[in-house]
Each structure stands twice: as C-alpha cells, then as structure tokens.
Design a protein around this ligand. Sequence first.
Ligand code: WT7
Length: 569
Amino acid sequence: MKVELYEATDQHANMPNYEAAKENFSWEEIEKEFSWYETGKVNMAYEAIDKHVDEGYGDKIALHYKLNDDIQSFTFKEMKENSNKAANILKDAGVKKGDRVFIFMARSPELYFALLGALKIGAVVGPLFEAFMEKAVKDRLENSEASTIITTTELLPRIPVDDLPDLKNIIVTGDDAEDQYTNFNKEMEKASKEFDIEWLDKEDGLILHYTSGSTGQPKGVLHAQYAMVQQYISGKYVLDLKEDDVYWCTADPGWVTGTSYGIFAPWLNRTTNVIVGGRFSAESWYSALEQLKVTVWYSAPTAFRMLMGSSDNVVEKYDLSSLRHILSVGEPLNPEVVKWGMEVFNLRIHDTWWMTETGAHMIVNFPSVDIKGGSMGKPLPGIKATIVDDQGNELPPNRMGNLALKAGWPAMMREIWKNKPKYDSYFIGDWYISGDSAYRDEDGYFWFQGRVDDVIMTAGERVGPFEIESKLVEHEAVQEAGVIGKPDPVRGEIVKAFIALRSGYEPTDDLKEEIRVFVKNGLAAHAAPKEIEFKDSLPKTRSGKIMRRVLKAWELDLPAGDLSSMDDD
Ligand code: WT7
C-alpha cells in the first residue's frame, strides 16, 4: 500500500524536536513539577485542581460542561470547593484511604466533583460506564470489594445492593433520591468548602479500570498516583496543551481515555477542559467544537468514520476554525480517515497508541514529527518500545511480532486486582507484552497489525486484519468493516469480512464482488475477502474497537464471552 507522508507543520509545539527531547529526557526531571519532590507526599486531585488555585489561577475556567444548548462553566476555584464538599460527604460516610469508591453516573459536573472528592480522601476510584447493566456492575463491585458507590436515581436500580455485602454506602444524586440513601445534592448544599487533603505516597492507588480480556472475564487494572508524571508530560508533548487551549476529549470516564486524558492530563496541565453530555450526532459534535471554540480535540477513529459517513455538507455549516490539533485513539486510524481529516479540517489527525494497562500514551504521532499515514508513530521520550518474538528476543525492522514495552514506565499498571497470575502473564522477562502485533520500520515508526490473536494465516500467508479493513473502508460503499480468519480445511483460514454499508447502498451480490475485486486490486489477492457478509452495524467496544472476537463467535456459533465493554448505542 502506498504510504502518504504528512509533514510536520507545527514548529511551535511544546516538544519542537523529538530527537533532542529523547536525548535529554529523564522522568526525575519531570517529577520536580510535583509536590512530593518537596514534601515526599502527593495527591492527584491537588496537582490537578487545588495547586492551580494556590498558584493564582483560581479564576481560570477549568470545565465547560455542555448538554444540548446549555453550557455550565466552573473555575478551578469552584472545582476545588465542589470537590472539597464531595470529599466531606465521603468522610462523613466513613470512607478511608484505600477504600474502593465507585462512580456510576452519566457525564455531568457532579461526576467530576465526586471523582475528585474521592481522590482527595485517598480512595481508589472505580469509574463505571453508564450503560453497564446489573451483571457488569455486580462483577466489578464484588471483585474489588467496593465500600461505596455514588450514582444517580436513574442508574440505582441496576445496583444489586442486597448481593453486595461489602457495599456500605450508597450515595445518590437527584432531588427525588429516596430517603434510605445519602442524597448527594442535599449534602453538597450543607457540606463545608474546606477539606484537608489526604497526602499519599506516589505508589498509593489512584484508579481501578475494569477491562475485558480475551478470555472474557473483566479484570481490574490498578494504577498508582505516580501515573501523573506520564499523564502530565504526554498532555504537554502529545496533546500539546498550552495556556489558552480549550480541550475536548470525547471519551467517557468509564474508560481509561476518559480519565487519563479526559481528567488528569488536561488538568495537570491547567487546561480548560470541555465535557459534552448526551448522545453522538454529527450536528451536536460540530456545534460543540464551534460554540466552545475547541482548539485541541481528542477522539476515536469510529467517531471520525461516523462523521465521515454523515452527509458531506453538514460540516460546512459550522465554523471550526478554532481547531488547531486533532488526535485519535483506541483502534487503528485508517489512512483514509487521515486523508479525510486533511480535506475537512486541513489538519493532521495524530494517532496515539496505548492501553488501559499502560495508563498513558506509549507510541504516538507528535505535532513536530512527520506522519506516515497509517502508522502509530514513535515512542514517547522515556519509553522503550520494540518488537519481540514469542521468546522475548528483539526482532529487526520490518519483521512482524509482539509489540513490547520495557517494564517500569510511570503510568504502568501496578496490579490486576486480586489476580497476580494474570498480572505476571503479561511479561516475558523485562518486556511487557501488549498482545498487539506490529512491526517497526527502518525509520523507527511503528505499524499496528492487529491483536495477536486476530492475525490471519491464510494459505501460509500472514495477513493483518487492519490492513484489509483499511482498504475496505476506502471503498465508497463501506462505512465500517471487521475482518476475521474463518477456519478453512484447505487454506487454514480464509479472510472473511463483515461490512456495514453507508446509507444509500444496497447489499447486493454484485456489490460484494465489486468490493472483493477492489481489495484484490488494491492490496493483494490473498488479502481479498473470500467471504463478505453485510450487517446493519458492527459490534464495537466503547473505545471504538470493532470486536473481532464477537464476529468470530457469530461465525462459529460460539458464545461471545464478556460483552460488558461493548457499545450498545
Ligand atoms: C488496545 C487497548 C487506550 C485507549 C483506548 C483503548 C488497541 C489502542 C490504538 C491505536 C491501533 C489501538 C490495541 C490495544 N489500540 N490504540 N492507536 N491503533 N490499535 O484501550 O480498551 O485498553 O484497548 O486497543 O489493540 O492493545 P483498551
């Protein structure tokens, strides 16, 4: 496939020169930005909010919350006071350092007050996505032995309170919250604006994100306070946050992107942060960008593809000239989407690769570095990434293998909750094995190929589903595509594609043949799907990854495993 090169245009980036930044990099230097450098103690909520008030930025807007046409704004001082109040409510409820406090709410200002309040008391926060149903909620609270949950009247019925013996406190927002539970709103009115922060060690717990594994059981990925070092510096170097920026990360805090980059990175960098409630539509998203004059925007390929799929002239109705920097995460960024970004915004879309387990960016396209369309870019300064074989031996450039990271980066997970064997299974010696396959080219760019378990072997040829999916979405009729290997007695596996069509296209056999030939001609004969099946939509995780595991289960008539992270919009 021909690679497009998008040259670096931003010479005013916070990190103007990659090689120089790498050369001079040390995590110890960055630690000096944080309070433990002087006091030996730290608290994420202090570094993200209160510190800015202490340093004279109390009146700067920390948060714009937009729901439909309504915008509520809060300064850093107001965030400090509201999170102090929330911390006092938790203190009155008997919550202590290290307790697991879950937040189960739709995006709203209260969610952020509650989350920061829980951090101030030294609790380990467990954010839950609002679409979780009873089983998903129960699994997580049970596994983590949570003492407290903060939720809304709407979501309360999904918490099986009688089956959770460790759950002592149920705190509910909403004016009509029943008397038997603590009423968050009423308590907020009464609570003191003053709170003495619980000072922590840098290895103390911060946040517990549950993520689905290939075996189907969600596992609790625990991060430590020290993650802030990497979240801060990636906010500076990768998100390129500056004093006047208005930043919007579209992810929900139920997922790691919505905390590491929806809360921590922007506020550690003292940035004005935008949160948009409600559901996706091209109109509502473009109007948020326009109305709030967003300058830095972090989203996902699936969202970009949905915007691409909306009718061409929607975007023309909006003035999006404030935008200066766009980023993407969660799944492969097809070259086609990057091309669209150049056409529509005249900006490069910067891919970022990382995982729940890594806690922060690992391999990215930087503002000051040339982008090779379809590549994830290069490792963050201070990060050593490579490709290893199944024994942990490093492979030379252009050889496909396991994408691996040298263990010990600041935001690395500290535990899989109560599951040491699972944690240990991630490592071969010093290498953290990501579970992704990739290769590194001779210029040091990394190219994602697929999850290791998704790689297709067909007639002795090794093909990455991503390459085929990227080709498929270049076809004018294809909105989204997921590709799997289907067992075949002769070829080992054949390539099978599930495709959702753009509106206006009919799912005919002729179209199947046309698409097959399109891939055969555009990519390679062995990569052309032998089988194509049209679907109205494809199963995706909330972070936008097409769940090939589910496609495979459909194909083989098997149970699909744990689907609690699946997007059911
Ligand atoms: C997996 C981690 C971390 C944010 C959201 C996802 C895939 C992530 C990319 C990218 C290709 C990507 C990988 C990874 N992934 N970013 N830029 N290009 N694939 O977090 O749910 O923990 O998933 O997402 O397969 O292993 P997650």
